[in-house]
Write a protein that binds this ligand. Sequence first.
Ligand SMILES: [Zn+2]
Ligand SMILES: [Zn+2]
Length: 367
Amino acid sequence: ETGNGLLKLKGDSKSPYFILTAEISSIYSHNGKTRRIHNILLAPSIEVVEKIIVALEKRGAKLASDGRPIVGIPSKEVLKIVLEASEKCMLIPAHVWTPYFGLFGSMSGYDSVEECFEEMSEHIYALETGLSADPEMFWRIPKLDKYTLISSSDAHSLPRIGRECNVFDLEEDEVSYDEITRILKEGDRKKFKYTLEYYPEEGRYHYDGHADCDVSLHPKQTAKLPKNKKGQALCPKCGTPLTIGVFSRTEQLSEREDGYVPKNVIPGKHFVVLEEIIAAGFGKAVSSKKVQEEYVRMTDQAKEIDILLELSEEELGKITGEETVAAIMKMRSGKLDIVPGYDGKYGKVSLFEEVIKKKKQVQTLFE
Ligand SMILES: [Zn+2]
Ligand SMILES: [Zn+2]
């Protein structure tokens, strides 16, 4: 621990700072419905974390079973527990639109922060957008204007750390747990520059659908389908209820036109994962040796975020080949064709398939 509420690796002067966070899944019954909600916890010290652990275990939680433990304690009670451990703790509802585990999810969520956290709602300052949604989708819902929107990696494996992230502008001596949580609580735009976002279509729950039947639907198509007694739209192939995606859910709660930008929002910048861009340029799989080697070579020479957003075409040319430069510039142009994800299946960026096809044509010319 470094004394500023953050941690560094022992004996590594270049170590990045780490903030103590955990995601916890609450499954419980509330107002006559089963709720499954994932929440992110932030804590200022290991001592506080230990207090939280003791309090959760007293309530019967088995925390050692999983990296993201499942507890039977309602979200509101978890919030009380962490604030009792320290007023500096924060609880941020995770990937709030995802159908099964989001605060606003179509399957087991709520329609508002207040419905979930009741008299404790004032202690919720921020919401996580999740991979299948971006800030623009929140901006259409007036009651969410007061929340700071964050984008985290929701990483369940190491390479995915930082796949979505929050970009702060801080001097080295300003970096501390207190400052980061202040920025989140106040939504300080001067310090919180932007979030780095997947194209929401790429996420696993953007459209409505039924994966087993390869059925993927735009909300307008879903609206035309027959429904069961519970009002759930049914899969046109097999008749089971569809998984209603993030796009539909935000449409349901939207009160403003698509494209509305409220005052003082923190913008989101969209990008495609660098390994995918390299793969597209080469016309190879992300997991291929060539792509992985090029990824390591490039990120040894420059910061990944600079490669994606900042470096000029000329500067990029100095650290990588023309295929990758071309693919990065295409990504930055934003002119992408994306097949949206649905019912747990990731979306696909198909603009790069064009690049791949062209490359194959060139190859066949010379074979
Ligand atoms: Zn989660
Ligand atoms: Zn089906």
